[in-house]
Design a protein around this ligand. Structure first.
Ligand SMILES: [Zn+2]
Length: 397
């Protein structure tokens, strides 16, 4: 059946929907492997009561299938594996978890990386923050979840390679809050992490990302600045830009906000690398957030006030209209004017096949780094402020 025809796509969607219904019906008839009572299977799962140890130990780390940080010894760090969704071979995707449990009670902050598997600076940022923490001196808890989308990270890929209907590449940052009984492993993995690890143990959360492969970005956040508790944290970072926008449904930050946990999405430059220029800015900002909430003591570091932080509520995305080789005429953080030429494109003969001008005045927040582009590929993102009503926007996560 042709996937190009409307009929083919409609039929495929119908089949997926039918499979989903069948899966939910099947789950409703029997307790699932995680022990959820049948009566909860087709609706919200029962919230776990307490930390559940599976009895497994991997490379010296205990495996848990549910976490309640109240159960952990105070004044020390705990290194654990969280048991995510099962694989075809019967093993599970285990997710690395560090809990720094303060000697004194206080706020609980969750730090998340690896939702996209090719975004590595976030992992290093959280490792650096956790390395600076002394639980004996802390009031509260920091929960680090480092490698959420395990199979994507194993392949240095943005998306989860799901084998259910042949290889689908699933963007797990469109799946939150997940579904423990969903029609796909990534949705189930997200549901397990959301229900049994993140939501029960966080008062606030930061989900760290980078630009997508083929792009680089300034030091920026995607953050809902209309939410005072989010704004108070986001402005504590000595960075360049904040894109004040909810972006897509299904983002982890949006699911956390919907669950009453103020959250936002820091974005640390380019994917696939450790950006040693930007990482320290996000470590400093995260430590500021921990000080803001009283988890750690000490003077506040540099904030957005020190870096001329620019907040915009919209992005103008310059898309390639041709295939060809890309030459950028602007760089990250450049101020641009409406009508300014920002990129050109040549064919294999060296002839100029397209010239691109931006349609707004603003600041360059992300640029293409791959030197080729197909039609429809984003070349430049320009952050600006618009009076337009908010809709679904594109952003270079
Ligand atoms: Zn990402």
């Amino acid at each position: 059946m042709s996937e190009e025809s409307g009929i083919g796509v409609d039929r495929r969607d119908f089949m997926i929907a039918a499979i989903a219904s069948a899966a939910i019906a099947a789950e409703a008839g029997a307790a699932n492997a995680q022990g959820t009572p049948p009566s909860f299977a087709s609706t919200a799962p029962a919230m776990p009561q307490g930390t559940v140890y599976t009895g497994d130990v991997i490379r010296g780390k205990k495996v848990i299938s549910a976490l309640d940080v109240n159960d952990l010894e105070s004044g020390r760090k705990h290194l654990l594996y969280f048991q995510g969704v099962q694989m075809v071979t019967g093993q599970h995707w285990y997710v690395s978890v560090i809990v720094a449990k303060g000697a004194q009670p206080g706020k609980r902050i969750a730090l998340v990386s690896g939702v996209h598997g090719d975004e590595i600076s976030p992992v290093h940022t959280i490792q650096a923050v956790m390395g600076q923490l002394d639980p004996a001196q802390m009031s509260g808890t920091v929960l680090a979840v480092l490698d959420v989308s395990r199979p994507a990270l194993e392949g240095m890929a943005r998306r989860w390679p799901n084998s259910g209907r042949g290889i689908d590449l699933i963007d797990i940052n469109r799946e939150w809050p997940g579904n423990e009984n969903g029609a796909g492993a990534p949705a189930r993995h997200a549901g397990l992490l959301f229900n049994r690890l993140l939501k029960p143990n966080a008062d606030y959360a930061l989900d760290f990302h980078t630009a997508a492969t083929g792009m680089d970005a300034t030091a920026f956040h995607l953050a809902r600045m209309d939410l005072p508790e989010v704004r108070a944290m986001a402005e504590l970072f000595p960075i360049d830009h904040i894109f004040d926008h909810p972006a897509y449904p299904g983002l982890l930050a949006n699911a956390l906000i919907a669950a009453g946990i103020p959250a936002f999405t820091p974005e640390i430059g380019a994917p696939r690398i450790l950006d040693h220029t930007l990482i320290p800015l996000f470590v400093e900002g995260t430590m500021n957030v921990l000080k803001h909430h009283g988890v750690v003591a000490g003077p506040m570091g540099r904030t957005g006030k020190d870096t001329g932080l620019f907040v915009g509520n919209d992005t103008h995305v310059v898309l390639a209209s041709q295939g060809g080789f890309v030459e950028l005429l602007v760089g990250l953080n450049d101020k641009v004017d409406a009508g300014q030429k920002v990129a050109l494109q040549r064919n294999a003969f060296g002839e100029v096949v397209a010239e691109y001008t931006c349609m707004v005045a603003g600041e360059v927040a992300a640029c293409r780094t791959d030197a080729t582009a197909e039609p429809g590929t984003p070349l430049v993102f320009i952050l600006f402020n618009s009076a337009r009503p908010e809709g679904i926007a594109t952003y270079p996560e």
